[in-house]
Design a protein around this ligand. Sequence first.
Ligand code: C5P
Length: 310
Amino acid sequence: MVQAIKWVDEIVPGAPYVTTLETLDKYNCDFCVHGNDITLTVDGKDTYEEVKAAGRYRECKRTQGVSTTDLVGRMLLMTKAHHSNIDEDLDYRKHTDNFGKGPKGHSPWTGVSQFLQTSQKIIQFASGKEPQPGDTIIYVAGAFDLFHIGHVDFLEKVHQLAERPYIIAGLHFDQEVNRYKGKNYPIMNIHERTLSVLACRYVSEVVIGAPYAVTADLLDHFRVELVCHGMTEVVPDKDGSDPYMEPKRRGIFQLVNSGSNLTTDLIVQRIIKNRLEFEARNQKKEAKELAVLEAMKKLEEEKQPGSPQS
Ligand code: C5P
């Protein structure tokens, strides 16, 4: 998955948990980067102590409102409050003391908060490149929910179909996905799915809220030469018609075998099966983060003029 992220050049499988200067030198890295949340060793020491002391550490801000805890909460609670058009009053975070602990008493890193899509964020993730003459424009559509290795394998296979592919991924709106997947799907809303798919190196462009049926208008608008779908079921449109009728009629439709059986449903089932473990892990993680936060606050207070220690 990480290899498929377009900003990643090389992977070190099984890297040590604590990054040492020796590790950085071994892989010719100038510095080590981590988000601005705290990670600790078992003895409660900062994981990046050594690289920080050597001036070979950089930090970037964590994306607000995107956390594993929140995603797991959506799966377990079966809520739809995360869907992009949902009324604020229905937000489960205000009505539960399980995963959504409300504004008080949760860590800003592991806890939940609302993700807000901005044009800056999209620009940061987008390729910004238009298709060039000689590129083969390929269209794929779907939910791409909880963007996983099945999606990556599929997109990689599609990417191999042309010498210079320009892949456009059409993402269905939350209500559309909910119509054909049921339950509280999608787990990630359209904003979150957009960024996940844009981060993939095989994708050049995303249609945010693609129509379910791949129409003549859409194909002409983007000058699509090929439309692909994996081996997963194609659910008929509302009127019972095949959403790929037009590309099939034009003879530009191709089924692609990703070779992966992973689905969003399987991931959710796996997580529900392990729910107790997940809850315990998250509670422990959050308690640890809260303790660090308290300690940081105390240090700050002690630094203030007028405090007994100053
Ligand atoms: O299910 P979803 O709409 O997210 O799938 C998006 C595309 O990825 C579809 O073409 C689907 O067939 C493909 N896919 C795949 N192999 C998987 C999972 C999805 O080829 N394991």
